[in-house]
Write a protein of this length. Structure first.
Length: 363
């Protein structure tokens, strides 16, 4: 191994490696392993992307999109930062607020990128175990008394469980103002009404919070990598100062502006996800299979991936092995479009019935 490789290896000790969800073999549209939007983008976005080609020789300008994003999320333009996916925001936060003398608090298991940037920064990680798939907000608040950053995805990935709004409010009030709380709301649009939050009011009450949003999920722009940070003007200005110029490309900006201006398509997509999520959970109930009640566009099911994968592969469907996400013995299933979910439910029945038959034969 070369000297440079040795240096890199030492620097990367403890850094989690990301494994993307696997697509199905062949051309079958059965990828339920990456929490992507099964319906794709609407015609308004498709047209905007096509028209953006004319300006690809120019550096992108984001000012108009920032204004639209502020309006869409109920904040001022000064409270908005666009990023190259939510991952870039995590790196920016680590750059500004973390380092070898800093401490972070996060759930266990956590969302992988939060741990990655924290370890790379040299910060000390305090991991607080989840309770039935939910963050232990009281324990995290206690750990945050001497911490610098708290990473809090709600709904959480990989469990899909959302924090109770009243408990979340109590937690945020209990955390010192010197500690940044990163509230990741990537899946918030799929949550039931009682889990929705007035972002502007929350930020006014808790200026030490940065809200993380993404255009990858309910807005169906995963392939263009656009994230949004919402926070106080001072925090947003600090993060903007270390963001690379033009980090969001021109096509991404055009698609973002169109997607934020087309609520009807997004509302339809969210409604279909909620509907199919309910159907899946009812099927799991009928089969007696344990799962975590989800507020996201996926469901974490207590079936080992190796057990369910063969029946799914025969139907051209892939799902995510929980072992990749810190929950071995479980499988994360993205909620896709209705025909695909019907095939998934058939595979579940086949697997459970086969297991029951095997068990009965053994006795």
């Amino acid at each position: 191994m070369s000297e440079l490789a040795d240096i890199a290896a030492a620097r990367l000790v403890g850094v989690p490696r990301y494994s993307p969800g696997k697509p199905p073999a062949g051309h079958a549209s059965g990828k339920l392993s990456s929490n992507e939007a099964s319906l794709g983008v609407g015609p308004v976005v498709a047209r905007a992307v096509s028209e953006s080609v004319a300006g690809l020789s120019l550096y992108p300008s984001e000012s108009a999109v920032v204004e639209v994003a502020g309006s869409a999320f109920g904040v001022t333009a000064e409270q908005v930062l666009l990023t190259n996916g939510s991952d870039e925001l995590c790196y920016l936060i680590a750059t500004v607020f973390l380092g070898p003398d800093k401490t972070v608090v996060l759930g266990d298991p956590c969302y992988a990128i939060d741990a990655t940037v924290s370890v790379l920064s040299g910060a000390t990680l305090t991991r607080v175990p989840l309770v039935n798939g939910a963050h232990d907000l009281d324990a995290m608040a206690a750990a945050a008394q001497t911490a610098d950053v708290v990473w809090l995805p709600s709904p959480h990935n990989p469990t899909g469980v959302a924090a109770d709004p009243e408990a979340l409010e109590h937690m945020l009030a209990a955390i010192p103002q010197r500690c940044l709380v990163v509230l990741d709301r990537a899946y918030a649009d799929f949550a039931d009404d009682e889990y929705q939050t007035d972002i502007a009011a929350l930020l006014a009450r808790h200026p030490h919070v940065v809200v993380q949003r993404t255009l990858s999920k309910s807005y169906a722009l995963a392939g263009l990598r656009v994230g949004v940070a919402l926070g106080s003007p001072e925090l947003i200005a600090a993060l903007r100062s270390v963001r690379a110029p033009f980090s969001v490309n021109a096509v991404g900006l055009a698609a973002t502006q169109a997607a934020l201006s087309d609520p009807a398509w997004r509302a339809m997509s969210i409604a279909r996800v909620r509907e199919q999520r309910t159907v899946l959970e009812r099927e799991l109930d009928a089969l007696g299979v344990e799962y975590l009640a989800s507020q996201a566009n996926f469901v974490l099911v207590h079936i080992d991936h190796a057990t369910i994968a063969p029946a799914l592969e025969r139907r051209g469907i892939t799902v995510r092995d929980g072992a990749d996400l810190g929950v071995p013995g479980w499988t994360r299933v993205t909620v896709g479009w209705a025909p695909m979910m019907a095939d998934l439910r058939l595979a579940l029945r086949e697997t459970v019935q086969s297991h029951e038959h095997t068990t009965e034969g053994a006795t």
